[in-house]
Design a protein around this ligand. Structure first.
Ligand SMILES: Nc1nc2c(ncn2[C@@H]2O[C@H](COP(=O)(O)OP(=O)(O)OP(=O)(O)O)[C@@H](O)[C@H]2O)c(=O)[nH]1
Length: 331
């Protein structure tokens, strides 16, 4: 912390947990990333793609905000849906501030009202956030702010754009001001406490979700089976690593002594039905190779090193309705 004569340190330091809630696609993950400043939560234009409560950290001299990104609260239709709602409720009962997100470019509907009612039962102050202000007119944003004010008793009502960054800093100020006084809860130089495996699995799922049809997103789960250092054998092991994303686990060789060259990652994309396989594999396996290429780029950016990504596709019949299979997938 700077501590010369001109720059007095902040009078108090605040810290605490913050959760964003809102209907699917409200922009919660994108806003989390904008606040934290690095890609830690997957985003997609398919509703309900955020399944894990992932923490992101914003550390400043005056406070530390621990963001818990939650799945959307919605009327459950499957066992997975019920578990997700339980996760959301448990998370919300435990946070210091809640950010309730409603997109500026869509009318407030029953889903938003359902959430507003749920929030009334909680003790934490709620900041109402009108998201995606860049996606619509100022007039529409003003109308949405008015409409949101009528949904409940909010500590603040703020318009933001996670894409342009407009008002994101102000939102952080408002939230930090509502946190209890206290020291940083996590080391100040990290952005998330999720394991590399969990983040890698999310990046693969994100890549697999791009361009898939409506019914598929909820059927995709990804697990990372193995991560091994590849030891340099003298041959060039690195030519086009993503090419080797095949339906079945490919051959992997090269464990002789030498310097570590690549990280081999073996991951499985789980589907619910065998009829979904062709969608993910694509013609001649091309889609799976594309998924591998995109995910590998993201994983390399995340880890700051080169990786060999080997993707395998498996069918885990009706996993969303089976408690044992849900446990196995980590839900
Ligand atoms: N124009 C614009 N688009 C945004 C903004 N924030 C999010 N989006 C887009 O809205 C879509 C949904 O964003 P997400 O952040 O994944 O939404 P979410 O609320 O986390 O969604 P779920 O995981 O379904 O709960 C994505 O296509 C984003 O690119 C924004 O500030 N401006």
């Amino acid at each position: 912390m700077v501590n010369d004569d001109d720059a007095a340190p902040p009078a108090v330091h605040r810290s605490g947990f913050v959760a964003f809630v809102g209907r699917p696609n409200a922009g919660k993950s994108t806003l989390t990333n904008a606040l934290v400043g690095s890609k830690i939560v997957i985003t997609s234009d398919k509703p309900q793609t955020t399944r894990r409560a992932v923490r992101g950290l914003l550390s400043r001299p005056d406070g530390q905000l621990v963001l818990v990104d939650t799945p959307g609260l919605h009327r459950p239709r499957t066992l997975l849906g019920e578990r997700l709602n339980d996760v959301v409720r448990n998370t919300l009962a435990d946070v210091d501030v809640i950010g309730f997100c409603v997109p500026a470019d869509q009318k407030i509907g029953p889903g938003d009202r359902y959430i507003a009612e749920e929030l009334k039962q909680l003790r934490a102050p709620v900041v109402a956030i009108v998201t995606k202000t860049d996606a619509t007119s100022r007039q529409r944003v003003a109308e949405q702010l008015m409409a949101m004010s009528k949904l409940g008793e909010f500590a603040d009502v703020v318009p933001v754009s996670a894409v342009s960054g407009d008002q994101v800093g102000l939102l952080a100020d408002l939230i930090i001001a509502k946190l209890p006084e206290g020291p940083a809860l996590y080391p100040e130089d990290i952005a998330t406490d999720e394991s590399d495996e969990a983040r890698i699995a999310e990046l693969i799922r994100e890549a697999a979700l791009a361009d898939v049809r409506d019914e598929l997103p909820h059927s995709i789960a990804v697990t990372v089976e193995e991560m091994n250092e590849r030891v340099d054998t003298g041959d060039d092991p690195t030519d086009e690593p993503a090419r080797n994303t095949t339906e079945s686990t490919g051959k992997h060789t090269g464990r002789a002594a030498g310097k570590p060259a690549l990280l081999d990652i073996f991951a499985t994309i789980h589907l619910e039905r065998s009829s979904q396989k062709p969608i993910i594999l694509g013609r001649g396996g091309q889609r799976l190779r594309d998924i591998g290429t995109v995910a590998r780029g993201d994983i390399e950016a995340l880890l700051g090193r080169r990786v060999f990504l080997n993707l395998h596709v498996a069918v885990l019949a009706e996993w969303q309705r089976d408690p044992k299979k849900l446990d196995r997938l980590g839900f």
